[in-house]
Design a protein. Sequence first.
Lengths: 500, 1087
Amino acid sequence: MIRDGGCSAPPEAPFALVAAGEKGITLTAVNAAAAREGLGSGLGLSDARARCPHLRSTEAEPENDARALLKLARWCGRYSPSLNRDGEQGLWIDVTGAAHLFGGEASLCGDLTGSLARFGFTARLGFADTLGAAWALARFADGGDAAAIAPAGETPQRLNGLPIEGLRLAPDTITLLKRLGLRRISELRRLPRTSLQRRFSSQAVAQAVLTRLDQALGERKEPRAPLTPPPRYLARAAFPEPLISSAGVETALGQLAHDLCARLGRELQGTREIAFTAYRVDGSFAEIRVGLSAPSRAADHMVRLLDEKIQAIDAGFGIDCLTLAASAAETLPPEQDVFVTQGTRAAPGHLIDRLSNRLGAPCVFSLGPRASHLPERAEQRRSPGALNEPWAEDPCPKPPRPLFLFARPEPIAVVAEIPEGPPARFTWRRVMRRIVRADGPERIAPEWWQAIGRSSRKDRPRDYYRIEDEAGGRYWVFREGLYQAQALTGVPQWYLHGLF
Amino acid sequence: MSCAYAELQVTTNFSFLRGGSHAHELAARAKALGLSALAVTDRNTLAGAVRAHIAAKQEGLQLVVGARLDLHDAPSLLAFPRDRAAYGRLTRLLTVGQRRAVKGECDLYLTDVADHANGQIFIALPPDDWTWRPADPGNQEFEKALRQVNERLDAPLYLAASQLYRGDDRSRIVALSALAARCRTPLIATNDVLYHEPERRPLQDVLTCIREKCTILQAGLRLEANAERHLKGPDEMARLFRGYEEAVSQTLEIARACTFSLDELAYEYPDEPTPPGKTPQQHLEDLTEAGARWRYPKGVPDKVAETLKRELALIAELNYAPYFLTVYDIVKFARAQDILCQGRGSAANSAVCYCLGITSVDPAQIDLLFERFVSPERKEPPDIDVDFEHERREEVIQYIYRRYGRERAGLAATVICYRSRSALREVGKTMGLKEDSLSALAGIMWGMRASGEPDTYVREAGLDPTDPLLQRTLELADELMGFPRHLSQHVGGFVLTRGPLSEVVPIANAAMEDRTVIEWDKDDLDALGLLKVDVLGLGMLSCIHKCFDLLSAHYGRQLDLAGVPQEDPAVYDMLCKADSIGVFQVESRAQMNMLPRLKPRKFYDLVIEVAIVRPGPIQGDMVHPYLRRRDGIEPVDYPRPGPEHGPPDELEDVLKKTLGVPLFQEQAMRIAIVAAKFSAEEANQLRYAMATFRRRGTIDQLKDKFVARMVARGYDPEMAERCFKQIEGFGEYGFPESHSASFSLLVYVSSWLKCHYPAAFACGLLNSQPMGFYAPAQIVRDASEHGVEVRPADLNWSLWDSTLEPGAEQGWALRLGLRLVEGLRENDAERLIERRHDHPFENIDDLWRRAGVSRATLERLAAADTFRSIGLDRRQALWEVRALSDAKPLPLFEYAKARETGPDPAVQLPVMALSEHVVNDYQTMRLSLKAHPMEFLRAQLRREKVLSCEQVRALKDGAPVCVAGVVLVRQRPGSAKGVIFMTIEDETGIANAVVWPKVLERYRKTVIGARLVLIRGRIQRHEEIIHVVAGRLEDRSAWLLALAEGTRDFASPLARADEVRRPSPGSWHPSRHPRAQRIIPKSRDFH
């Protein structure tokens, strides 16, 4: 199965997924075009490049692949409840007694292949009496893209012609068998079991070969572990008499939140998202989703967050079922309960959640440091939850920064000694100020890498001065450009950037 | 205002990933700014000192030698030795620090500095986070530390102050000045220079990122806030330090006090080789005389006696006797241990060296003028490299350490620099380019050596050359190229001194255990006139030694290098036919092409043959003129100056032996001196510029000088240009006549062996692998084509090495050794051979009981099909071996055991096809004696009208051709403008294909990736040399896979390889197993 979606390369261009391994970056999967260029998984990226310079590549995301496979497995639940993922790239479905629902085995396979193709997956199907045989058929049967189906009872015959790789054996074992000239499953079956057994380094390996063979032939049962539903945290309340008023919903919500949080608490989980769903008698439903800034299992907090939106639910002909689900659960260690409940201050997290829910998430943030010498870039917005994280220490001590920084530095007229003297006086907003004290310059060069490609921007450093006027006002001014470099970069300009 | 200033705190790029400029850039800038002197203070190292020294000398600037000492328990100090003795203490101090640390680091403490402080001047550096605020704890800590340093060091101590443009500089300097006064450490101005001009800041930022392993966006405050750490002139410094003029003028006092210059490092030869009571010259003369009697038992020829006298006089004049004695001492040891060796280099091809046994090139046979190589006016040190058998070189190295001690012997360093690819990769990472684009660029630069237009290859990589980020990245990578990145050890360049070596240059630990390395590389040593002896390993010497042993054991013939019959016409006949597989040097594709054209008939022709196929003569376009003159198509003519400028035959002397065409490096240098009138100094500059620094500016300057002077003296301008191009070519792969002559002897000896004793020669080659161009398969094949009977490796008949055994008809047959069996360990094989004794193993049980080796070892032997003598092929042998139990076999319990598990029923395993056997042979032995893989494909090939390599040889020039074969060698010579040479092989022989860049572009993946290739094209025939000029190429590697699977279905060989239609079930896929993946050993690719 090759993940082709999500990348910008057209399907006809060679494309590969890569991952860093012991031997440097290697390909983990290729598309059809790359395979035609002779590339395959396991090849080093640089070698691949040498052969095919136009190869595009993207980091492989095995976790996402696994997630996608799981999703696909769940989707396949429509064919049979007994199914699971198999390795990184396979699925098995036990359709015993279910095939007739789809019009027989062939048409079931056709249905499945067609659906998978629509999703953008290339898939090969094997269909047999045993899991092992189906595995082998899917991977090694000849016959183009059609599903390989072993009709009931013909599994051993179909297996005979397949290569021994079809037996799900370790690579070392396969190598050994092939060196002994045993390439097909039939050749392996022909040999006496005892002679075969003796040729393996350990009893376990020998047993593995025979076990796999027996499993594929159906002479030995193979345990299967079907996919189990994920743990879900859901509280549910059904009402024989449909609720019409929002007051009723509110009351029920309190109980639901309490139930949900109790379940979360038992398993030491907290949630970052809750979904409140109201099912109306006519079959329609309304849903409210609320995000939390930190994992929580505080029932009253949830109620407060939902309360504000509950009014918006239209009860219609009445609501007969309510559910409250914790959709994003995370581990949340237990906390000590507070003794005092009356008059305590709400935790900042609760305030942040309420503000975010009311104003919209982007409107609530905290400030954090950013490692930049440029003062206007030295801070950045971060999520409000990061409030308690400490600011990183500056490796080199800097003179104090003003408390108030203009969003845009304001031009000023300055009288100063050339080339690097501090201002003697300056005019800002039409008021002339005489300077009595000054310190500086602190020279900050522009971040050249930000200016790449923006030729209009002049590459001029700034000289910052801390100055104090007669009235005791303290200012942070800078001169952009150097008098020494005037000929090249133009006349320096003065600006006021902040107030202390 | 007139002021003066010397910059004393300068970091060059030898403080790896800190300094942003080369020493020569700094020196030139310092000169231009009018600095009085420049100090170079790299971190705990003097590795860049020599380069700085040369650069400063060229600029006429005083260099203050120094180092920045970063200590574990005290503030960092700059140390400047005032005189030679103090310098020796500084190098010893650095040696102490480096020897105790891991490679690349230096552990130093204040105590160590105190022990070596005498005669130095120190400057203490306030730490980076030092602030002027008195309340700051760091402030008081530093004051305490400074007082302590001042107390401990018995030497002048200053306190450095720099203008950092941090906003509080005034306060800082006031505070530092007060601190200096309190601690009695005078304040001194420095600028803590990281680069020579402000424009270097971006590169310096990039270096910081590489060091910190982050991208430029992540680097943040780890970068400098501004571009102020460049060199500043005296006026600027005076302005910055207004009110502290003394701090600026003090710098001059330090510079004045530190008079030490690296020129003072006079070399002193070790005196061990000279017996007491004799002068080295006397001793050398005695040894030479004795040697002459040994070399010429029938009396020394007059000509040689004359030469000896002249050479000894010159050696006496230049005082080189101790050097010759040192080399002689090493060679003597090797000879005593029966290690074959051969000297080469400027001084090696002298009659003296012949008599001392350092070389075996008879001066009577070849006319090499010693004076041409070692001349009094050029102050070059003599240069002798000695090649030893590669398997035994370590013994020689350990002898040298033993004899001179680690205190006095050290290996030279090799400075590893950023090359185009590594620079691009590092800069690209820093600039946040995706791995994807980076590898695309790096992939395209495969062997391109930055020759093409950068835009073309960027576009080729599918990237946009006008993208500003990419452009900036390429610019920065270009700037970074040539920066040193780390020091590594030279392969065998030894420096030996009389006094402790650590007082000449700091010594560090090498990555390899038991090795110590000095901080300077061979160019640095050359520049200072320090002597080194190159102790190198050469595979061919091992091979020749083994051949001599075989000759003595089987043919009763005792030979040594000098004793091989000279000028044997049969040998030259063989070489003229380009029958040279396995022969030293002339076995490469290009050399094989040259042999039939050059038609060597005497020893000196070989000297030319070895030197002519090199970038120098090729780039200088000297090859064809030489060949034409040799064939008499073009008259021999010497370039001459205008009549008013000198004698018309001034170059005749230089070029006579090569028919007026300069071919050797020495000739090019002589032309510079004779025709372009370069002074000795200028000629040296030329050599440095070419060999090491590759400084574009300097080279262009020298080129203008060279060409202009020759033209002014009436030479043909085009000829002058060509001569210079040739010198440029030598720059990369210098190949002088003196080396060529020594190599030619090995060419001759190996050819002679191949010609007269092909079995012994092949045996020697196989036992010296890996070496040379060809894999064992080609060596074996070549041997059998020369009538040698080759027998397969067998556990009953083979030894570890390949051997000669009595042949079926007459002479000796070659029995392959067990060393060819892949993965077999030597001691396992030895045990087996020892237990085998004189009784061959009769059957598998006998083997198991007696051999005493593990089952895994037997399995390896089975896989290599060595069980034939006990009647088992590899598959049956494997079946039997797998059944052996792991426990030690005890004969008594054999019966009981059989009863327990039941008898092993007889089993008929599928029979292994011959084709499968052949492929298995290749997998386990890298060769097969049974058949060639191509034989099994021949029927199919014939259907496709594919010719065999043999048929190709009969075709006419221009004929269309289609040929297929296994790829043996791919070469992309630097001199061939992007052309790839491919050698392919089938069961009838080999064929050579040329792939031009345009074709390469279309069939790149096939050209580079295919193991088995089908080539359609045309024949290009030039006398004996036949090439297939490729037009279309097809990758048929899948056929080999099919052979390995034992199937004969070649019609759709890709059926199994189609990854898409047949999704690969992860790690279970057969092609993922390494063993299956490599059907035929990978070709040897050279680029």
